[in-house]
Design a protein around this ligand. Structure first.
Ligand SMILES: C[S@@+](CC[C@H](N)C(=O)[O-])C[C@H]1O[C@@H](n2cnc3c(N)ncnc32)[C@H](O)[C@@H]1O
Length: 262
């Protein structure tokens, strides 16, 4: 008997599970150079506020003006999954205590190359390590990070449960995982407007800026296929996270999920 192949969503298409990663990789190879510009254009700069909310939730130890950190204190270590061009890591390190370290993992070498160049331009290359790797199988020891984040990345990962399990594994006991992701707009007037904008304006903008409308069609379709926040919270609990919570922002356009490793 032939084995039934497992399928998953790639935007609105059903594809064999093992094909999804290559399709996702093509999207980000294609848009890497203009990725950050497109984020500003598509969201009217709002993605900056959403990312700042994520950094506030992580709450990395702030730089001290008068005192130096105690010599014995372990520096705070952040792991940013699917970290792409480094945006979350840069925001996290801004104003953080000296010694704070960020590791950015992404499966896409082109996104990481943009991130490394941005880090060098900001003089942050000593504080950030860029690692090419898969969120589903992290090359790090158990319990090695104080916080793990993923922003607008999890819906691109084919095996979400595996990535959540890995985030849990590498967190220290008492560490917290935060996931910022597009979500479900439930405000009636806004939902219609948001759909119109998503399906008409965003692919056209993508074509004009990156010459790749399909990449941005995938973006809007993949958002529609991502689980609702209560269902995603349940997936986090299944991975072992405790005190799971989420906060909707901007009428539900995005949600910020958090859970502890206790
Ligand atoms: C929408 S971008 C988000 C980038 C960044 N976190 C941000 O907020 O600007 C999604 C990223 O997920 C990465 N990605 C997709 N699948 C991945 C996987 N299995 N493991 C690690 N990164 C992955 C892509 O290469 C891409 O850089």
């Amino acid at each position: 008997m032939p084995r039934t192949r497992e399928h998953t969503d790639f935007g609105f298409r059903r594809v064999p599970l093992e094909h999804k990663q290559a399709l996702v990789d093509d999207v980000f190879h294609s848009v890497a150079r203009r990725y950050d510009l497109m984020n500003d254009l598509m969201s009217g700069g709002l993605h900056r506020a959403w990312k700042d909310a994520l950094v506030t939730a992580v709450n990395p130890p702030p730089a001290r003006r008068a005192q130096q950190p105690k010599a014995s204190a372990q520096p705070f270590a952040l792991l940013d999954l699917a970290g792409g061009t480094g945006d979350i890591a840069f925001r996290m390190l801004e104003g953080a205590a000296s010694g704070t370290r960020a590791t950015v993992v992404d499966i896409n070498a082109d996104m990481l190359a943009v991130g490394r160049a941005r880090a060098a331009a900001r003089g942050l290359d000593d504080a950030i390590t860029f690692v090419e790797g898969n969120a589903e199988a992290l090359p790090f020891p158990d319990r090695s990070y104080d916080a793990v984040t993923i922003a607008f990345g999890i819906r691109n990962v084919p095996r979400i449960a595996a990535a959540l399990g890995e985030a849990y594994r590498v967190l220290r006991i008492g560490g917290r995982f935060h996931c910022l992701e597009f979500s479900t707009v439930d405000v009636p007037g806004l939902a219609a407007l948001y759909d119109f904008y998503s399906f008409n304006v965003i692919p056209a903008l993508g074509r004009a800026v990156t010459e790749d409308a399909d990449a941005y069609r995938y973006l809007v379709e993949s958002i529609r296929r991502f689980p609702r926040p209560d269902a995603f919270a349940e997936m986090m609990r299944a991975a072992g996270f405790a005190r799971v919570s989420f906060q909707r922002m901007s009428g539900g356009i995005v949600a910020l999920h958090s859970g502890w490793r206790l």
